[in-house]
Ligand binder design. Structure first.
Ligand code: AGP
Length: 603
């Protein structure tokens, strides 16, 4: 930040908006009377604020950083900014060749104090300064030596009106103020200061002064980057009257699913309109699809819908596998990427692989200005609003809403879905917000159930058909916020091994809407009950339809009976509530669980 006045307070405000991305430690560094100085603290941002209150920084040029450790323990010693007497640096991402650079620089007499890859950048830039290069040239030369995925910010001793940013992968944005300039890893961080934003493209280096910014490519050539008006909310997203962001976001789902659907659905005429995907759906033989984590489970549900309603085979895999499997793809095909943040490194890399395979790229993202959105040929936005809780909830159901519209739209375009069927499915989608609101009204029952679940060491989730990805998602939700080990299985798979896990200590949560697979799933329930397993039935069916005795203090309220097509969105809410209330009862950090980050912008 290049400010008119002291910047430390503004940097902390900006960091608070990024804390959801990672929060092992935080720090700020400023240039004051030509000298670099810094404050850092382990853990949450409030620890840094206390440090600054007792030891203020007054410099008008500064950098800030909140860290999610990739290299080096999450302790103050490894916290950014990394700094010596000449340069301070903050870094997001991974420098892949840092060891060889470290050896080269150590041989030249540089002394390393930390085990971080970031410190290599510090010494590399300093080394070029030692060779007599001016700061901008030293930074450019250093950037050419770095390999990996990173976003960097640099300030220099003696330079009160200079800041350098570089992007090689993770996002970086410049904010244009009135006599001030800002550099941040996304527009949300800059929203308190400005809505005029310039995004760096991959390979850009930006040289900032209070008068403006110049952009360069790695070969030294200068390039133009045009500022845009950002839509990032200027309001600090707050929890309202909820205890956690996750609770607020679970309860926002009727609203945001409605917003998202309205972007594609004409509820009056019961039709779906898709953005131009740039392909002729009738000529598609299949669809490739890739994502990570919860977004991947949304894609798995999408596979069932696209194969059933659009008769399109879907080749889907988690991005970290897809990109290295390098599946052969027929050129001119459609590849769909799903990402809340739009910055997940594995998903972005797979997008680029598919682009190189001449696929048309469609992105289902929650951040319209994200890298994945900007590199896609067509964007199908989720309108979930900023999702702050690290565990994805409203983004997941919004992704499902878009995938449902995609299946209907492609089915109509390919003639595999009639207008009457389209109207039936659209009507079902229109009833969803109401059904979800009904589930939310039964929250107290899920809370009671969660208190029983909290005693478990291991939990199994079962589902069939489009409920199978819901079993996977329910297990992920529970383990990532309550730290209880949980696994999701296809219900029909239990007898092929996992049933050995069943005994009276293992709760089995069964996602079993009353669809055409319900009776099949009931037989799996009986296999579990016969071995003393404790069954939690998530269903619109009355407990007595389970065909086996159920532990009544473990039962959830009945889920509203809805159209089979919409059950994956509807049953997402019970598994979210179960995970949330179990975690709250366990006392874990629900919005910022240990070891996690909201957006994994490194491999
Ligand atoms: C969701 O609860 C997880 N925190 C995580 O799996 C997440 O879905 C995954 O990292 C993908 O993130 P993205 O949607 O931003 O790409």
């Amino acid at each position: 930040m290049l400010g008119k006045d002291a910047v430390a307070g503004g940097l902390v405000d900006a960091l608070r908006r990024l804390e959801y991305r990672g929060y092992d430690s935080a720090g700020v560094a400023t240039v004051e009377n030509g000298r670099l100085d810094r404050r850092r603290a382990e853990g949450k941002l409030r620890n840094l604020e206390m440090r600054l209150a007792s030891h203020p920084l007054k410099g008008r040029t500064g950098l800030g950083h909140t860290r999610w450790a990739t290299h080096g323990k999450p302790v103050e010693h490894n916290a950014h900014p990394h700094m010596n007497g000449r340069v301070a640096v903050v870094h997001n991402g991974i420098i892949e060749n840092f060891q060889e650079l470290k050896e080269e620089l150590t041989a030249k007499g540089h002394r390393f104090e930390t085990e971080t890859d970031t410190e290599t950048v510090l010494h590399l830039v300093s080394d070029y300064l030692d060779q007599g290069l001016v700061p901008v040239e030293a930074a450019k030369r250093a950037l050419r030596r770095l390999r990996g995925a990173f976003a960097l910010g640099l300030i220099f001793a003696g330079e009160d009106n200079l800041m350098i940013g570089a992007r090689q992968g993770p996002p970086l944005a410049i904010g244009h103020g009135n006599g001030e300039m800002y550099l941040g890893s996304d527009a949300i961080a800059l929203a308190p200061f400005t809505d005029t934003i310039t995004y760096l493209e991959d390979g850009d280096c930006a040289v900032l002064s209070r008068e403006g910014a110049q952009f360069f490519r790695s070969d030294g050539s200068s390039v133009e980057r045009v500022p845009i008006k950002s839509v990032a909310s200027s309001l600090l997203v707050d929890k309202g009257n909820f205890r956690h962001f996750m609770a607020k976001e679970i309860h926002e789902q009727p609203e945001v699913i409605g917003h998202t659907l309205a972007n594609y659905v004409d509820f009056a005429n019961r039709t779906v309109t898709l953005p131009n995907l740039g392909i002729d759906p009738a000529k598609l033989d299949s669809i490739a699809m890739s994502a990570c984590g919860t977004a991947y489970f949304a894609g798995l549900v999408g596979k069932y819908w696209l194969e059933r309603y659009a008769r399109l085979p879907v080749e889907i895999d988690i991005a970290s596998e897809f990109r290295y499997r390098e599946p052969p793809l027929k050129s001119g095909g459609l590849a769909v990427f799903i990402s809340q943040s739009g910055e997940t490194a594995d998903t972005l890399a797979t997008l680029r692989y598919c682009k190189a395979q001449a696929q048309r790229i469609a992105a289902i993202v929650n951040v319209r200005t994200s890298t994945i959105a900007r590199e896609a040929d067509a964007v199908l936005p989720t309108l979930a609003g900023p999702e702050i809780g690290v565990a994805s909830t409203k983004a997941f159901t919004s992704q499902l809403a878009v995938l449902a519209c995609l299946a209907i739209g492609l089915g109509r375009a390919r003639g595999t879905l009639s207008a009457a069927q389209e109207a039936e499915l659209v009507k079902a989608l229109g009833e969803l917000p109401r059904h979800i609101a009904t589930v939310l009204r039964g929250e107290a029952r899920y809370e009671t159930l969660a208190h029983q679940l909290a005693k478990a060491q291991d939990v199994l989730y079962l589902g069939r058909g489009a409920s199978y990805p819901l079993a996977l998602e329910g297990a992920l939700k529970l383990k990532e916020i309550s730290y209880i080990h949980a696994e999701g299985y296809a219900a029909g798979e239990l007898k092929h091994g996992p049933i050995a896990l069943i005994d009276e200590k293992v709760p089995v949560i069964v996602v079993a809407p009353e669809d055409e697979l319900f009776e099949k799933t009931v037989s799996n329930l009986q296999e579990v009950a016969a071995r003393g397993g404790r069954i939690i039935l998530l269903s619109s069916a009355a407990p007595d339809r389970a065909g086996c005795p159920l532990d009544m203090d473990l039962q959830a309220p009945p889920v509203p009976a809805a159209h089979a097509f919409t059950n994956p969105l509807l049953y997402a809410v019970p598994v979210q509530l179960i995970a949330y209330h179990t975690a709250v009862f366990m006392g874990t950090d629900v919005d910022q669980p240990r070891n996690l980050a909201k957006s994994v912008t490194v491999e």
